[in-house]
Write a protein that binds this ligand. Structure first.
Ligand code: G1P
Length: 358
């Protein structure tokens, strides 16, 4: 079994964060999103992993993942010159996959609980294709299966009138017959080779398409709010029950719930209510950090309150007397209360930034 993981795409709807960061490298619980996919396939015992890179962001991805030694896997980079669809990704990966079975994992999908169980099912039942479905409120944004008597009978890409409440998530397991499918379909409505059309091809040919259902799945819909939701999902479920790991210094501050505090971090006279992850070399003083907050390395928070937020590296929040909530702070961002006169709001913000004031 090999793995194929996508990492391309511009993430335009997550600007300004994606102006300087590939979407797949945005930290979720202080770890780049894409690392979760690599960890999941490594945990399932897969050694050969193909990572699909776009021409514009490949350098960033390659420098973050290297050759895969961090996960004890071998990474082969496969370049897709233009976004031509997921079935096209499979098509260009045939030389890498060869005769093996493989798992195809979209790197912007977060799947809590790993992928081992799905691979085990595939190996036990030996279908031609194993899909992972999740019940969603807005199926028209996804590939949608039609299910009858526990079997998938058709699959449509982003249908106006979905035939079920399920989305086909970004996790697929295939045998070699998928190459016949991707080589025989034509581009769909958005001009790309759609993976749903490849699945429909398999169904038309009478191939065995199985499915499993999951909860704990998240797919970016392009809004910063969705990253916060992914962060919440990981902080909520990924930590073991009552997991607490404190490597830094904590004075008699009040720490409650699941909390991770990294090395060289100091928590002074503060309240931390988990689930919260706080990285390394961070100073938190006279502050409150509330549930579902991730704070990356080298940040400083003083005399302020932060909850349900993601702070990337080197952020500063100083003397802000209104609670910061549902916020995403990019690398090196600062929010500082102005002390001089005239008392005014002063902003220095990049393209497509958003500030909400009270
Ligand atoms: C793609 C697939 C779609 C699937 C989704 C899951 O959509 O085409 O069938 O449901 O990934 O993430 P896209 O992200 O290209 O809109």
């Amino acid at each position: 079994m090999k793995a194929l993981i996508t990492s391309g795409g511009r993430g335009t709807r997550l600007r300004p964060i994606t102006n300087t960061n590939n979407k797949h490298l945005i930290p979720i619980a202080n770890k780049p999103m894409l690392f979760y996919a690599l960890e999941a396939v490594a945990e399932a015992g897969i050694k050969e992993v193909g990572v699909i890179v776009g021409s514009d962001t490949k350098n960033e991805i390659i420098s973050a993942l290297g050759n895969g030694t961090l996960w004890d896997i071998n990474i082969t980079y496969i370049e897709q010159d233009e976004p031509r669809g997921l079935a096209h990704v499979v098509k260009i990966s045939e030389p890498f996959i060869g005769k093996d079975n493989f798992i195809f994992y979209l790197g912007d999908n977060m799947i809590v609980g790993g992928v081992k169980r799905f691979i085990e099912e595939f190996e036990a039942y030996k279908p031609d294709c194993q899909l992972v479905l999740a019940r969603v409120k807005d199926p028209q944004r996804f590939g949608v299966p039609e299910i009858k008597d526990g079997k998938i009978i058709s699959i449509e890409e982003k249908p106006a009138k979905p035939k079920s409440h399920y989305a086909v998530t970004g996790l697929y397991i295939y045998d070699n017959i998928i190459f016949e499918a991707v080589n025989n379909i034509k581009p769909g409505a958005r001009g790309e080779l759609e993976i749903s059309d490849a699945h429909q091809y398999l169904l038309n040919k009478g191939k065995v398409v199985r499915y499993s259902e999951i909860t704990g799945w998240w797919k970016d819909t392009g809004e910063p709010e969705d990253l916060l939701e992914a962060n919440r999902l990981v902080l909520d479920r990924a930590f073991e029950l009552e997991h607490r790991q404190i490597e830094g210094y904590v004075d008699d501050s009040d720490i409650a719930g699941k909390v991770i505090i990294g090395k060289k971090t100091e928590i002074i006279n503060s309240i931390i209510r988990g689930p919260v992850i706080i990285g390394e070399n961070i100073s938190i003083k006279d502050s409150y950090i509330g549930p579902y907050t991730s704070i990356h390395n080298n940040c400083e928070i003083c005399n302020s309150e932060v909850e349900y937020s993601i702070l990337m590296e080197e952020c500063r929040v100083i003397n802000v007397d209104i609670r910061i909530e549902r916020s995403l702070l990019g690398r090196g961002a600062s929010i500082i209360r102005c002390t001089g006169r005239p008392r005014s709001h002063r902003f220095l913000i990049g393209d497509q930034s958003r500030v909400e004031v009270v």
